[in-house]
Write a protein that binds this ligand. Structure first.
Ligand SMILES: N[C@@H](CCC(=O)N[C@@H](CS)C(=O)NCC(=O)O)C(=O)O
Length: 208
């Protein structure tokens, strides 16, 4: 059985959605850098960045980084179709997963923790960084929509790893509201994902 360290309305929700699509059993441990407790101490021992999602496999391997976790589940549970069996289509899916984590997820890290980038700055300077990072995040989602949103990798009616990660990461920092105005078709596709029965059930369980 897997053990998933996670928090409500966090990136671990994407991994729970993937585990649900795989039909995999898992134990959920409430843990995050912002909630003190036993889970936090256990998480610190496994992931020095103290970040969720962190997944421990049945044989004790520790997996961090959303893209790597989703790829592992895709390979371990091929029937769930998290990843395509077609090598070129799969390569485009890996590109899209990497795009989301390297660009969108990274911008959210700046927005949530500007003091990590500007430790000596005053409040106004940090606010300016957050404004810039938010603008950049919204532009990154526009580009995602343009590059991937109608391409071979994008199947909101039959979600896999890319759709799940896009569905969750786009819920933060005003990205959905922005996309609703500037990329309405892509925004509507994200709402189709929100309504998928397994995605909806996990979302509701985790406070969304
Ligand atoms: N690169 C990681 C980022 C994970 C991440 O930033 N998770 C957030 C929650 S959504 C977190 O745990 N942040 C706490 C912190 O950085 O202190 C991934 O792709 O999974």
């Amino acid at each position: 059985m897997f053990t998933l360290f996670g928090a409500h309305r966090s990136g671990s929700v994407a991994i729970e959605m993937a585990l649900a699509l795989c039909g995999a059993e898992y134990r959920w441990v409430a843990a995050s850098s912002w909630e003190e407790g036993a889970g936090q101490e256990e998480l610190r021992r496994l992931n020095p960045l103290l970040q969720v999602p962190t997944l421990v496999t049945a044989d004790g391997a520790v997996l961090t980084e959303s893209a790597a976790i989703l790829i592992h589940l895709g390979l371990e549970f091929p029937h769930a179709r998290l990843l395509s069996r077609d090598p070129l289509e799969c390569a485009q899916q890996l590109r899209a997963l990497t795009y989301i984590t390297a660009n969108c997820y990274a911008s959210i890290g700046v927005i949530d923790y500007p003091e990590r980038w500007l430790p000596d700055a005053d409040e106004d300077q940090r606010k300016a960084l957050v404004v810039g990072a938010t603008r950049n995040l919204h532009s990154q989602w526009e580009t995602f929509s343009d590059v991937f949103g109608s391409a071979v990798v994008w199947h909101p009616e039959a979600p896999g790893a890319v759709e799940i990660l896009a569905c969750v990461v786009s819920r933060w920092s005003g990205a959905r509201e922005h996309l609703k105005t500037v990329r309405p078709a892509f925004h509507a596709a994200l709402e189709v994902l929100d309504r998928h029965p397994l995605i909806l059930a996990v979302s509701q369980r985790r406070g969304w």
